[in-house]
Design a protein around this ligand. Structure first.
Ligand SMILES: [Zn+2]
Ligand SMILES: [Zn+2]
Length: 373
């Protein structure tokens, strides 16, 4: 897979060349680059084909980006399960949940033991008479429980939203620089547009706001692929498991599993014992002779796929044809093409975190730089 990585980097260089060369040569170079880029994705992962677009990155750098549209309800994943229905259910009926740096199976016993697990007797996520777990099992319940001001009826609930709740045809378009540009100010953590995208065809997201979720005595488990659904962006991943990263045994340095929103390659995680693991920076990246600067995703239990973006990020758009000006996030009127406030009541940007969904809210005009959660 090392060769594949080299190809990926070469492609980005080609695309840089393509935007500075004569107009006659651009279509050929661009078509070749896009085709090879597209081939890295799982078949059927994308809506349409990726294309090259002009873009303005987060610090105002104007460049060429690749625009990739992914379905909010990816056919390339079998989603769930998330919440077990009964405290007698085994791990095959539930998802996973991070705590203290590692993942725990959310089986019936986990639900039953929550007061002990979190040393908080307020936890009562099931009916003590029947053993039935409190699960948000309708779109209305999902929306009410995911609201920033959690409907009190859904305190002490296992929160899950099914793929069937996703609006038909909902997509997210990722506009990513073909040639990364270093940021002059590296933010302390990944912003609300998330980490980037996996070649399996899914959004890799910022950390789930676990503290906020727990404060309402709710859980929002991930499935075994590390993902769950919210009505605004659909299925998204908070933890890279073996579902996303292929077996690295044959690859040596780690398979390239996707691309970050700043254009740097995302590789599978490094074994903690690897000499390479010690030299990654706070964002999770390092530079090697063959790969250049690239990231390695964090351990699944860390609730952080990346620590931060080293480069200027592009955009995540609701409208695939909208233009990307990521620097407009810094300006009062906000960028075009972003989901307006109110489309997803579960993710009202004015409110602070709740139930695992606020990391995915779209920044609205009045909340250009929402508090990070
Ligand atoms: Zn590396
Ligand atoms: Zn989430």
């Amino acid at each position: 897979m090392r060769n594949a990585t080299v190809i990926a980097h070469a492609l980005f260089v080609v695309s840089l060349v393509s935007c500075t060369s004569s107009p006659e040569t651009k279509p050929t170079a661009a078509a070749f680059e896009l085709q090879a880029f597209a081939s890295r994705f799982e078949p059927g992962a994308m809506v349409g084909a990726p294309r090259l677009v002009d873009c303005t990155l987060s610090e105002g750098h104007t460049t060429t980006c690749v625009s990739v549209t992914l379905p909010a309800n990816p056919a390339t994943f079998e989603m769930g399960p998330w919440c077990p229905a009964h405290i007698a259910d085994g791990a095959d009926r539930g998802g996973i949940w991070p705590h203290d740096g590692r993942m725990h199976d959310v089986d019936g016993l986990f639900i039953k033991n929550l007061p002990t697990f979190y040393n908080d007797s307020t936890w009562q996520l099931y009916d003590p008479q029947t053993g039935v777990v409190n699960v948000t099992d309708t779109p209305e319940a999902c929306a009410a429980a995911a609201r920033p001001d959690v409907d009190p009826r859904y305190h002490n609930y296992c929160v899950q939203c099914l793929a069937s709740y996703i609006t038909s045809g909902l997509t997210n378009t990722y506009v990513i620089p073909t040639q990364p540009v270093a940021a002059s100010r590296v933010a302390p953590r990944v912003g609300h547009d998330g980490v980037g995208i996996a070649y399996r065809g899914v959004r890799l997201d910022a950390p789930a706001p676990v503290d906020d979720i727990l404060s309402a005595h709710t859980l929002a488990p991930f499935d075994d692929c590390g993902g769950h659904v919210n009505p605004a962006v659909g299925y998204h991943i908070h933890a890279v498991t073996n579902c996303i990263q292929k077996d690295t045994a044959e690859t040596g340095h780690g398979t390239a599993i996707g691309v970050a929103l700043d254009g740097y390659a995302l590789h599978s995680r490094l074994d903690a014992g690897s000499p390479l693991a010690v030299d990654v920076d706070a964002c999770g990246g390092h530079t090697t002779g063959v790969e250049g600067y690239h990231y390695h995703v964090g351990d699944a239990g860390s609730n952080a796929i990346l620590g931060c973006h080293k480069g200027q990020v592009g955009c995540v758009l609701d409208d695939p044809n909208a233009s990307c000006d990521a620097s407009a996030l810094q300006r009062p009127n906000g960028p075009p093409g972003r989901r307006p406030q109110g489309r997803a009541s579960a993710e009202h940007p004015a409110m602070t975190g709740q139930a695992g969904y606020t990391t995915h809210r779209r920044a609205g005009p009045m909340h250009a730089l929402p508090p990070l959660d």
